[in-house]
Design a protein. Structure first.
Length: 381
C-alpha cells in the first residue's frame, strides 16, 4: 500500500470514494506478487498495479461497479501461454485479485504506514470484514479472523489463510527496508539514489563533515555525522536492515562490522579487494568472531555484473541485497571459488571484479581516500 499511499491520501482528502484491489494469490510467471495493490477513484483515476498492465482494464471495470455500491469481488485470471492474449494476462500464470471498497480500516493502515508503524490486516475474502492487529497484541475488528494472524509477526507475512470460517488474506505492513551506508564516498551517491528507487530508507554514516553533506547527498533520509561505533546499535539492526561499508578504512570498517555481526541485520556488504577482506576478517577473528559469523559478510560487495563505474557498482550492490532478501545466491564472479566470502581465496563481487579488470579501481579509491581528511573527524578514544 505504501506505493500508492500519496494517491490514496489525496483522494481521501478530496472526499472521493475508492475501490481497492489486492493480489491475493499468484502462481507462475505473474508480474506482481501477493500484496500488490491498485486503487481506483470515483472520478476515474487509477494508482498502482496488480499485473504489470495485463489485466488492469478488467480490474478497473469491476472497480467501477463496486464504487456504485456493488459487493466486493474476487477475480481469477488463469491462462496458458497459448491463450494468454485472449484473456489479457500476456505473461501466462494465474492471479487472483480481491476488489473491495476502501473503508475506515484501510485509512487506519495508511496512517500507520505513514507513521512508520507495524501492523497486520486480515480480510475475509467474502466481504464479511477485517481484523487489524499490532505487535503488542492489540486487535480491532472481527475477532473470528484471529486465526489468520497467528504467525503474522514479526513478518514478512502476506498470503491466504484458511480457517473453519472461510478463507482470508493477511498482509503485514512494516516500515520500509533501511540501507545503512558507512562511508560517504563517491560510490555512496548513486547507491543512495538506487536504494531509494527500490523503496529503501537510506542513512549515511560518516563523521567527516566535508563528505557527509546535503550538497552531496540531497535525498538521503538521514546523514549521521557520528563514528560507526556511536551511530550503530546492534539491538536496532534487524532483518529489514542492510548495511554496506564503503569506507575502506579500518577505523570505520571494523567498528561497523563488529556491530553488524552482533546484530540480526539481513545483509552485510564490505567494499574492498580480497586482500582487504582478509585483513578485516583476521582482525574480526582476533576480536573473537567465529568463522560462521564471518560468512555473513558479502565481500567484495555486490554481484559481478561486469560494470566498473560507480553507478554500475551501486547497481550490483543493490542487486545483491535484493537477491539475499529473496533467498537467492545471485551470480558471483565466475572466477570466484565457491568458498567462504571472507578469506583471501574469494575474489568475487562487483568491486572485486572491477579491480581485477585493469587493477585500477581499488588503487584509485585508495588514492582518493588518502585525501579524505577532515580536521574535525578523529577516531574516538
Amino acid at each position: 500500500m505504501r506505493e500508492i499511499a500519496r494517491d490514496l491520501e489525496r483522494w481521501l482528502a478530496a472526499g472521493e470514494r475508492i475501490a481497492l484491489a489486492t493480489v491475493v494469490y499468484a502462481k507462475g510467471p505473474s508480474p506482481r506478487a501477493p500484496g500488490a495493490h491498485m486503487a481506483v477513484s470515483a472520478s476515474g483515476q487509477m494508482a498502482g498495479s496488480v499485473s504489470g498492465g495485463c489485466v488492469e482494464g478488467a480490474v478497473f471495470e469491476e472497480s467501477e461497479s463496486i464504487l456504485v455500491g456493488g459487493p466486493p469481488k474476487r477475480l481469477r485470471s488463469g491462462v496458458t501461454d497459448e491463450m494468454a492474449w485472449e484473456v489479457g494476462l500476456a505473461c501466462g500464470g494465474t492471479i487472483e485479485v480481491y476488489i473491495e471498497p476502501l473503508v475506515e480500516v484501510h485509512a487506519r493502515v495508511l496512517k500507520a504506514v505513514n507513521a512508520g508503524e507495524t501492523c497486520a490486516l486480515a480480510t475475509w475474502l467474502d466481504g464479511r470484514g477485517h481484523l487489524l492487529a499490532w505487535p503488542d497484541g492489540r486487535l480491532d475488528g472481527d475477532r473470528a479472523l484471529t486465526f489468520a494472524l497467528a504467525d503474522a509477526f514479526p513478518g514478512p507475512t502476506v498470503g491466504l489463510r484458511r480457517g473453519a470460517g472461510g478463507e482470508a488474506f493477511v498482509e503485514l505492513f512494516a516500515p520500509p527496508p533501511e540501507l545503512v551506508i558507512v562511508g560517504a564516498v563517491h560510490l555512496a551517491i548513486p547507491l543512495v539514489t538506487l536504494a531509494q528507487t527500490m523503496g529503501h530508507r537510506v542513512r549515511v554514516v560518516d563523521p567527516r563533515r566535508t563528505f557527509a553533506t546535503r550538497e552531496r547527498f540531497p535525498s538521503a533520509d538521514e546523514l549521521d555525522l557520528r563514528w560507526p561505533q556511536d551511530a550503530l546499535r546492534a539491538e536496532e539492526l534487524g532483518p529489514q536492515h542492510a548495511i554496506v561499508i564503503l569506507s575502506h578504512d579500518p577505523k570505520f570498517d571494523l567498528p561497523a562490522l563488529e556491530t553488524a555481526l552482533r546484530s540480526r541485520v539481513g545483509y552485510i556488504g564490505l567494499l574492498g579487494s580480497s586482500v582487504t577482506q582478509q585483513k578485516r576478517c583476521e582482525a574480526l577473528r582476533d576480536a573473537g568472531f567465529a568463522e560462521e559469523d564471518l560468512l555473513r559478510i558479502h565481500g567484495p560487495v555486490g554481484l559481478d555484473l561486469g560494470g566498473r563505474g560507480p553507478a554500475e557498482i551501486a547497481l550490483a550492490i543493490i542487486a545483491e541485497i535484493v537477491a539475499v532478501r529473496h533467498g537467492r545466491a545471485g551470480r558471483p564472479s565466475p572466477r570466484a571459488p565457491k568458498t567462504a566470502r571472507c578469506p583471501l581465496s574469494h575474489e568475487g563481487g562487483a568491486a572485486g571484479a572491477a579491480a581485477r579488470r585493469g587493477g585500477a579501481l581499488a588503487e584509485r579509491s585508495t588514492v582518493l581516500r588518502r585525501g579524505e581528511v577532515c580536521p574535525v573527524a578523529r577516531p574516538p578514544g
